[in-house]
Design a binder for this molecule. Structure first.
Ligand SMILES: C[S@@+](CC[C@H](N)C(=O)[O-])C[C@H]1O[C@@H](n2cnc3c(N)ncnc32)[C@H](O)[C@@H]1O
Length: 239
C-alpha cells in the first residue's frame, strides 16, 4: 500500500453509513439553497453542456438529483466509499439516466477518456488531502471532452499546514485557490473563474473553481510531447 492509499483508507472513508443522518440527510435538505447560492452563480454566463455529467465524490446523490433536474441526460456517480456506492446502487436501481461507479480514491481509471461534457464536485474535495486533490486534476482532464466544463469546490484553507484535517474548522484540508489554479493550468485547463467564499463561520476558507478543457484540444500536441519524451528516452539510453 502506498502512502496515498493509506491516506485514502484513513481519511476518505469517513463519510459512509455512520454519517447517513448527520451528514447526508442534512446536506440533502440544503441542496436547493446551495445550488441557488453557490453553484448557479459560479456557472452564470458560462456555456455548460450537462448532457453527460459526472458527479465526482457523489456521496448519496444529492448533487446527482439536482443535475438531472437541471437537464443532465445522464449522470455518472463516482465515489470511493463502498457504503455510499452500495446505497446509490440500491437507491437508483433501474434509473437508466444514472450509472454508479466506485473508484480507488486516487484516479479515474474506471472511466474512459473523454466521457463527460460536464464534471461536478461539490462539498467533497474540501476535505481531500492536497496531493490527492491535485492528483485528480490530470484525471479530470482525461475524462472530460474537449470544451467540457468542470465545477470543483475545494478548500482555500492554509492556516495549519501539516495537521490532521479533522482538527481544522469544518474539516477543511490544506489547499489554496492559487495552488489549485496553478496545477489546473499545468494540466491543460483554462481557469474560467474562481470564487472564494465563507463556509459558516470559516471566512474565505472555500473556493469554487470553474475549469474548461480547451475546445479542439490538439491531440497532435500530446502526440508531439510523447514523441519528444520518446526521443529523450532513446537518447538517454544511448548515453
Ligand atoms: C462530505 S461527502 C460529500 C458527498 C457529496 N458530494 C455531497 O455533496 O453530498 C464527501 C464524499 O467524498 C468521498 N471521497 C472522499 N475522499 C475521496 C477520494 N479520495 N476519492 C473519491 N471520493 C472520495 C466520500 O466517500 C464522500 O462520499
Amino acid at each position: 500500500m502506498t502512502d496515498l492509499h493509506k491516506v485514502v483508507a484513513d481519511e476518505a472513508m469517513l463519510w459512509g453509513d455512520a454519517v447517513a443522518e448527520p451528514y447526508h440527510a442534512l446536506a440533502a435538505s440544503h441542496m436547493d439553497s446551495q445550488w441557488a447560492g453557490l453553484i448557479a452563480p459560479a456557472l452564470d454566463g458560462i456555456d455548460v453542456d450537462l448532457t453527460r455529467s459526472a458527479d465526482f465524490a457523489c456521496g448519496r446523490g444529492r448533487n446527482t438529483l439536482k443535475l438531472l433536474d437541471e437537464g443532465a441526460k445522464h449522470v455518472t456517480m463516482i465515489d470511493v466509499n463502498a457504503e455510499n456506492v452500495a446505497f446509490c446502487t440500491r437507491q437508483f436501481a433501474g434509473n437508466d439516466r444514472i450509472t454508479v461507479t466506485q473508484n480507488d480514491g486516487l484516479d479515474l481509471r474506471v472511466i474512459p477518456s473523454s466521457a463527460f461534457t460536464y464534471l461536478h464536485s461539490f462539498d467533497a474535495m474540501v476535505h481531500f488531502d492536497v496531493e490527492i486533490a491535485l492528483g485528480y486534476l490530470r484525471e479530470f482532464h482525461r475524462v472530460m471532452r474537449a470544451g467540457a466544463v468542470a465545477l470543483i469546490h475545494h478548500s482555500n484553507y492554509s492556516e495549519r499546514p501539516g495537521v490532521d484535517f479533522r482538527t481544522n474548522p469544518h474539516f477543511r484540508n490544506y489547499m489554496t485557490a492559487d495552488l489549485f489554479r496553478h496545477v489546473a493550468t499545468r494540466r491543460g485547463f483554462e481557469v474560467l473563474r474562481q470564487r472564494i467564499f465563507s463556509w459558516a463561520d470559516l471566512v474565505d476558507g472555500d473556493c469554487i473553481t470553474v475549469l474548461r478543457k480547451p475546445a479542439g484540444e490538439p491531440a497532435k500536441v500530446s502526440g508531439m510531447i510523447d514523441m519528444f519524451h520518446g526521443a529523450i528516452r532513446r537518447s538517454m539510453r544511448g548515453m
